[in-house]
Design a protein around this ligand. Structure first.
Ligand code: GDP
Ligand code: IMO
Ligand code: MG
Length: 421
């Protein structure tokens, strides 16, 4: 069986920490979409590590780690990451596998990302500028370069043809963007990429599953950034929901088992786009401070707001979530009241459905309130120690989403995780 773990909000739900914990029970961790726009934070022997492309099972010596066909890879970022991991985990390369079919991000993809965002002005997506959108555009436009291409004798020819297309596109933008200085490091990194374990990953996964191995598919971004179901066009360029696992790894839907969905006890978003429960006031500032909400990839301050059960119910439905994980519950320790959005008021009508038009419609969330908890969650070591009002709050979420909360995370450490009954 292959289990799935994904974010249910706009990313940064704490996926890295939870995968690092759950990896103890899996043989393989596999990324199936996204690329270096992701920033998954783990704490390993007291060191903070941010992973962008490498799966978050890398710090478990028994775990193999696969970068699947649905991922877009920037060779330079990947090698920087490997170099950061090696002192802590010297065997990282022995346990890292790449699909032939994953697409490459080349320097001009990043330049196109920057030029496109600059041209959008106020309407910009707030992209991480890692070249994600342009790389997926080339994939679906059937122009892309794949990892397998670096093993081909005519790789340079293919690269130059793609670069020429990009330079033509770039000439239509007003603001010039430099890319030249990134070409030499790119080719150095491609050389190193050739030494890695590049495999026919779909056959490899099939063999692993047939021999009874347990695989966890690690999502990047979040369900509300999904290219089809997110707050389009303020989304990323891949399917972040559970459906992305089948196409992003080459596994059949019947192989999928548990679907872990992660949500913070509040909500954040980084970059532009609609955010119905956003708090642009002191409460929002207090959440940002208490949750240290600054981007793991770009360092940008994250926008903060109350947990949005309308959006969460939508995300749970889209991915068939079987187990919820509520993270950063400790961040709410000093808030009173604690609010949850349970419906939207749009043009005087109340709805519990996430609407098609979220960008232009005026959405007013309706809230349910709980009083603050009587003692800090951060110091609780088991379910039994949790304050009653917090367990009532969890029951409310479970009942609204019709899904069990399996774990509550109450701190950054691997073991700061409470198993729920
Ligand atoms: P990801 O992209 O989903 O892996 O999440 P990020 O790593 O971008 O952001 C989550 C941040 O919250 C990281 O700095 C984590 O160390 C931190 N974090 C994760 N779980 C908890 C928690 O339960 N409590 C607190 N206080 N911090 C947490
Ligand atoms: P993890 O995996 C939060 C956001 C960007 C921008 C939009 C499009 O760490 O949760 P892109 O670079 O994909 O063109 O950006 O998506 N975004 C993320 N926000 N966490 C992420 O990843 C994100 N990856 C992309 O801020 O709004
Ligand atoms: Mg992140």
């Amino acid at each position: 069986m292959i289990d799935v773990l994904l974010g249910l909000q706009w990313g940064d739900e704490g996926k890295g920490k939870i995968v690092d914990y759950l990896a103890a029970g899996y043989d393989i961790i596999a990324r199936f979409q996204g690329g270096p726009n992701a920033g998954h934070t783990l704490y390993v022997q007291g060191n903070k590590v941010v992973l962008h492309t490498i799966p978050s099972g890398v710090f478990h010596p028994h775990c193999l780690n696969l970068i699947g066909n649905g991922v877009v890879i920037d060779p330079v970022t990947l090698h920087r990451e490997i170099e950061a991991i090696q002192p802590l985990q010297p065997d990282v390369l022995d346990r890292l596998f790449l699909s032939h079919r994953a697409h490459l991000i080349i320097p001009t993809h990043r330049a196109l990302d920057a030029a496109s965002e600059a041209a959008k002005g106020k309407e910009k997506i707030g992209s991480t500028l890692k070249g994600i959108g342009p790389a997926y555009m080339d994939k679906t436009g059937r122009n892309g370069l794949r990892v397998g291409d670096i093993l081909s004798p005519n790789f340079l020819e293919k690269y130059n043809a793609l670069k020429a297309k990009h330079l033509d596109l770039l000439s239509h933008y007003e603001s010039p963007v430099s890319w030249e200085e990134f070409e030499a490091p790119f080719f150095d990194a491609v050389e190193k990429l050739r030494q890695l374990k590049i495999i026919n990953a779909e056959y490899w996964i099939d063999e692993q599953l047939k021999s009874g191995k347990k695989i966890l598919a690690e999502g990047a971004q979040g369900s509300m950034l999904d290219i089809d179901f997110g707050t389009y066009p303020f989304v990323t360029s891949s399917n972040t929901i559970a459906g992305g696992v089948c196409s992003g790894l080459g596994v059949a839907p019947s192989a999928v088992g548990e679907v872990y969905g992660i949500s913070k006890a509040y909500c954040t978003r980084v970059g532009g786009g609609p955010f119905p429960t956003e708090l642009e006031d002191e409460t929002g500032d207090a959440l940002r401070k208490a949750g240290a909400e600054f981007g793991a990839t770009t360092g940008r301050p994250r926008r903060c707001g109350w947990i949005d059960l309308v959006a969460l119910r939508y995300a749970v439905m889209l991915s068939g979530v079987t187990r919820l994980i509520l993270t950063k519950a400790d961040v709410m320790d000093n808030f009173d009241p604690v609010k949850l959005a349970t419906a939207y008021r749009i043009d005087g009508q109340i709805t519990r459905e996430f609407p098609y038009d979220v960008c232009d419609a005026a959405i007013e969330p309706e809230y349910h309130e709980f009083p603050g908890w009587s003692k800090p969650i951060g110091s609780c070591k088991s379910y039994e120690e949790l304050p009653e009002v917090f367990t009532q709050y969890c029951n409310f979420i479970e009942s609204y989403l019709q899904t069990k909360i399996a774990f509550v995370s109450n701190g950054t450490g691997r073991d700061q995780l409470l198993q729920m009954p």
